[in-house]
Write a protein that binds this ligand. Structure first.
Ligand code: NDP
Length: 455
C-alpha cells in the first residue's frame, strides 16, 4: 500500500526492467505503490532480448532441418530447402521490438513510471539517472547478470549470447565453449541451422548438476546429431586470420579453424557503475548480492531479486520473487519463494526436462530410493527415420513412495515436465502415477506405465 505521508518521490524505485524488476514494479503498483523503474538497455532484460525468447525462436528455426528430412518418410517431397540467416535474424529483431513495446505499455498501464538510463546510487534512498535525482523509500536492484569470458589472449574475438543472435553473416563453422544451458542450446541451434558445430567442455561430462544418466544420454544423442562434442579440453588462445576466420588454440596445442566462437562460460552479476560505494550492500563471495528470504540486503531499504542474488538463474524464479516482493512489502502479506522442486528445461536437441532431485542427490538425501527408467525411439521417428532416442526416469523415495525426481530427454520434454512438476509439488506417489490413465499414443504416457524398477 502507498505510504501517503512519504517524504520520498517514490515508494519503490526499481533498477533494471528485466523479468524480476518488471514483475516487482507492476505488482507493487497494483497494490497502490508509487513506482518507477530505470532501464538503460532494453525493456524485458536478458530473457526477452538476448535470452529465453530469441533462443526459443532460434531453436524452432533449427528444428526445421530435421523436420524436412523426417517428412520424406511420411510421403512428402520438396525442392532441397535452403536457410537464410538474415530472414531469421531480422524477423527476430522485429518480434523482440514488438515485445519491448508491450513491456513498456504494460508498465505504463500499471502506472509505473519508466525512466530510460542507468541508475546509480547517490545514497541509500537516492539514485541518479543522468543529471536527475530520484528518492525512494525502497529500492530494488534487479540488474541481472552478464556473460563472462575467461581472460585468454584473443577473448575479444569471441562472441557471447549477447551478440550471437545478431551476427552479420551466418557462420559456416562455429565453436561453442562451455557445458551449461547456453552452450548446449546454441550448439543445437547452429547444428540444426547447418553450421559445422564443435562444442568444447573443460570437464569429463557436461551439464554438471543434472542427473548423470541424463547427462550421458544427452551427450550421446548430441554427438549423434552431428555436433563434434569434445570433453576435457579448453581454449588457450584465439587468433584471427587474414580472411577473418578464427583459429582456436587448445590447451594441448592443437588448433581448430572456425568462423565464430561462442563463449557460454557462465554469467556474473551486472553491478558496474551502480554507485555501490555510496551504499552498504554486502556481496557474497561469488559477487552476487546477499539477501534474506524477503530479498532484503544488508542495507535495510535496499532489496535485490532475480539472477544477481545467486539462486537459480531462471525467468520464472525471478517472476516469483517479484510477486513475493510486492505481496510482502505492499500487501502486508509476507511471502517467500519455495525454491524446492523447480522444474527446468534445457532446449538442447533433444530437449531435457527435469524436476526435483537427480539420482545422485536423491541417494545422498534419502538413501533408499527406487529408480524407474525407460528408453525408446519416439513413434514419429519410426517412419520418419531419425535414430534419435528418448529417455525417461522417475526417482522414488522407497520409504514414502513419493516421487522425488522426474527427468526426461526427448521431444517437448519441457512441455511434459511442466505438468509432472505440478504432480510432484502436490506430493504424488509412485502409486498415484501408476493409477493415472495414460494418454495414448504419446511419449508422456510412459511416465505412468513404468512398472518395474531398475535392477
Ligand atoms: P552455466 O553456469 O550453466 O554454465 C557455464 C559453463 O561454462 C559450465 O559448463 C562451466 O563448466 C563452464 N565454464 C565456466 N568457466 C569456464 C572457463 N573458465 N573455461 C571453460 N569453461 C568454463 O552458464 P550458462 O552461461 O550456460 O547459463 C547461465 C544460466 O542461465 C544457467 O545456469 C541457467 O540458469 C540460465 N539459463 C537457463 C536456460 C533455460 O532455462 N533453458 C537457458 C539458458 C540459460 P563447469 O561445469 O566445469 O563449471
Amino acid at each position: 500500500m502507498k505510504n501517503e505521508n512519504s517524504e520520498y518521490d517514490y515508494d519503490l524505485f526499481v533498477i533494471g526492467a528485466g523479468s524480476g524488476g518488471v514483475r516487482a514494479s507492476r505488482m507493487s503498483a497494483a497494490q497502490g505503490a508509487k513506482v518507477a523503474v530505470a532501464e538503460d538497455r532494453y525493456m524485458g532484460g536478458t530473457c526477452v532480448n538476448v535470452g529465453c525468447v530469441p533462443k526459443k525462436l532460434y531453436v524452432y528455426a533449427s528444428q526445421f532441418s530435421n523436420a524436412f528430412k523426417d517428412s520424406q518418410g511420411f510421403g512428402w517431397s520438396a525442392a532441397k530447402p535452403t536457410f537464410e540467416w538474415s530472414t531469421l535474424r531480422d524477423n527476430k529483431v522485429a518480434e523482440i521490438s514488438r515485445l519491448n513495446g508491450i513491456y513498456e505499455d504494460m508498465l505504463g498501464g500499471a502506472g509505473v513510471e519508466v525512466i530510460h538510463g542507468r541508475a546509480r546510487f547517490v545514497d541509500k534512498h537516492t539514485v541518479a539517472v543522468g543529471d536527475k535525482q530520484y528518492t525512494a523509500e525502497k529500492i530494488i536492484i534487479s540488474t541481472g547478470t552478464w556473460p563472462y569470458i575467461p581472460d585468454i589472449p584473443g577473448r575479444e574475438l569471441a562472441k557471447t549470447s549477447n551478440e550471437i543472435f545478431d551476427l552479420k553473416t551466418f557462420p559456416e563453422r562455429i565453436l561453442v565453449v562451455g557445458g551449461g544451458y547456453v552452450a548446449v542450446e546454441f550448439a543445437g541451434i547452429f547444428n540444426g541451422l547447418g553450421s559445422k558445430t564443435t562444442q568444447l567442455y573443460r570437464g569429463p561430462l557436461f551439464l554438471r548438476g543434472f542427473d548423470k544418466d541424463i547427462r550421458e544420454f544427452v551427450s550421446k544423442e548430441i554427438a549423434e546429431s552431428g555436433i563434434d562434442l569434445r570433453f576435457n579440453t579448453n581454449i588457450k588462445a584465439i587468433e584471427k586470420q587474414n580472411d577473418e576466420s578464427l583459429i582456436a588454440i587448445l590447451e594441448d596445442g592443437s588448433k581448430i579453424e572456425t568462423d565464430a566462437i561462442l563463449y557460454a562460460t557462465g554469467r556474473k552479476p551486472h553491478l558496474q557503475d551502480l554507485g555501490f560505494d555510496n551504499v552498504d550492500v554486502e556481496l557474497n563471495e561469488n559477487g552476487t548480492i546477499k539477501v534474506d528470504d524477503y530479498f532484503q540486503s544488508s542495507e535495510p531499504n535496499i532489496y535485490a531479486l532475480g539472477d544477481l542474488t545467486g539462486g537459480m538463474e531462471l525467468t520464472p524464479v525471478a517472476l516469483a520473487e517479484g510477486m513475493a516482493f510486492a505481496q510482502t512489502y505492499f500487501n502486508d502479506n509476507p511471502t517467500t519463494v519455495d525454491y524446492n522442486t523447480i522444474p527446468t528445461a534445457v532446449f538442447c536437441q533433444p530437449n531435457i526436462g527435469t524436476c526435483g532431485l537427480s539420482e545422485e542427490q536423491a541417494r545422498d538425501s534419502f538413501g533408499d530410493i527406487t529408480v524407474y527408467e525407460s528408453s525408446f525411439r519416439a513413434m514419429k521417428h519410426t517412419i520418419g527415420g531419425r535414430q534419435e532416442r528418448s529417455y525417461m526416469k522417475l526417482i522414488v523415495d522407497t520409504a514414502t513412495d513419493r516421487v522425488i525426481g522426474i527427468h526426461m530427454v526427448g521431444d517437448d520434454a519441457g512441455e511434459i515436465i511442466q505438468g509432472m512438476a505440478i504432480a510432484m509439488k502436490a506430493g504424488a506417489t509412485k502409486a498415484t502415477f501408476d493409477s493415472t490413465i495414460g494418454i495414448h499414443p504419446t511419449a508422456a504416457e510412459e511416465f505412468v506405465t513404468m512398472r518395474s524398477p531398475r535392477e
